[in-house]
Design a protein. Structure first.
Length: 89
């Protein structure tokens, strides 16, 4: 899909303009600090200062401290999980 420009030419929709980038950065700067407050400390996806390597490191630490491991497929997880076990510490 193309977006018409003022000079009559077309710009492919996937190519952001400077204004688009500025708007995206502004929204990011406004929302990110507020959203960080509500994220769980173990949420690593797309978070500033956290990476997949950090998630793996944390999982390794936890595996050393527990005698059990949970492996699951997220599809249908909450329909099928035993909620009593899920809430157990």
């Amino acid at each position: 899909m193309d977006i018409p420009k003022l000079d009559g030419s077309l710009r492919p929709m996937g190519i952001p303009t400077i204004e688009d980038r500025i708007a995206q950065m502004l929204v990011k700067q406004l929302l990110e600090p507020e959203l960080e407050k509500v994220f769980h400390p173990d949420s690593y996806g797309y978070r500033l200062g956290k990476s997949a390597i950090d998630a793996v490191r944390r999982a390794k630490q936890r595996c050393r401290n527990r005698i059990w491991v949970v492996d699951l497929d997220i599809k249908g997880f909450f329909k099928n999980i035993n909620h009593e076990h899920l809430l157990k510490d």
